[in-house]
Design a protein around this ligand. Structure first.
Ligand code: DON
Length: 306
């Protein structure tokens, strides 16, 4: 069954009472300013039809959702082995910014979606692109069919001011020989990717290539191959929600990626891409009401990859 806007509005009404039970991220001070009551959802079908409800057109900080986009760009620039010898494909079972495994596992991050892994991916982009920030923005604007998308400079600067942990992660990897460039310029780019401002509608459109075998909306050419698309969805399903990945698979049953801005994208391969936004997070750093909305939607439309 195709969801309708009425169904999406009903789902938002059902999850709204959860607002107040989570916590808006405050370790990046600029994020703490966002109103906790925001709630939006958008669905993009593979035929391009968009349905939406709530604050679906309001932009927010996509944060770690950008990790799926930077990996996509890296996949277009590198041979698989060049990526996967530097970052693993296994769930970490630890917080997104944990350093515990990194020390024990010779500076090779468990997967590309924890901070350590995304920093390696940013390092890969830095090595092969003359202007990685520009290239990423251009790519995301094209995928979203929105030429107005920008980085939120205030959020990026705020994160740079509180970057000790990410800098430590990058320097630790550098000490193991798993970081090619100077840490600070790579961190600056990574924070910009995280600070991309997008709405649920932008995100649902952007990620439609993952629901459509690698073919972006309205495009004639794949951005990644069908095989790479399968690989990306597998990584999202197992690692996209950090130490909450099992719970998300159990409740929602779709490949997904969250961000501490409160956004989550989810994919129904062959059919649709979905984006939700509610800024309050659960203890794993995933949107609390957003996860509940996706769970209800999956149930009501009878979709799951399992
Ligand atoms: O590096 C960080 O900590 C943030 N820019 C991104 C973390 C994040 O979104 C984790 N997601 N749930």
């Amino acid at each position: 069954m195709k969801p309708t806007e009425t169904l999406l509005s009903e789902i938002l009404d059902e999850v709204r009472p959860l607002i107040g039970r989570g916590k808006v991220a405050n370790y990046i001070p600029a994020l703490a300013k966002v109103s906790a009551s925001k709630l939006g959802i958008a669905v993009c079908y593979n035929d391009g039809e968009i349905i939406q409800a709530g604050d679906s057109e309001e932009c927010f900080s996509i944060q770690s959702i950008s990790k799926a986009l930077s990996l996509t760009v890296a996949m277009t620039l590198y041979e698989p082995d060049e990526i996967w010898q530097r970052v693993g494909k296994e769930p970490s079972g630890h917080a997104f910014n944990s350093m515990i495994q990194l020390e024990l596992e010779n500076g090779i991050p468990r997967n590309p979606f924890i901070n350590a892994g995304a920093l390696v991916v940013s390092d890969l982009l830095h090595s092969r692109l003359s202007a990685p920030q520009y290239r990423m923005l251009e790519q995301v604007r094209e995928l979203a069919c929105n030429p107005h998308l920008v980085y939120d400079k205030e959020v990026a600067a705020s994160e740079m001011q509180h970057s000790d942990r990410n800098a430590s992660i990058a320097y630790l990897m550098r000490s193991f020989g798993n970081f090619e460039n100077e840490v600070m310029p790579v961190l600056t780019n990574y924070f910009s990717y995280c600070a991309l401002k997008m709405s649920c509608v932008d995100l649902a459109r952007t990620f439609s290539y993952l629901a459509n075998k690698g073919l972006p909306l309205g495009a004639k050419k794949n951005i990644i191959s069908q095989t790479q698309c399968k690989q990306m969805n597998a990584l999202l399903a197992t690692c996209g929600l950090y130490d909450g990945a099992g719970e998300f698979a159990y409740r929602v049953g779709m490949p997904g990626k969250s961000g501490v801005g409160g956004g989550i994208i989810a994919i129904v391969p062959g059919e649709m891409s979905i984006a939700v936004w509610s800024p309050e997070l659960d203890p794993s750093g995933n949107s609390l009401a957003g996860t509940a909305a996706l769970e209800l939607l999956a149930e009501r439309i009878g979709r799951s990859i399992f």
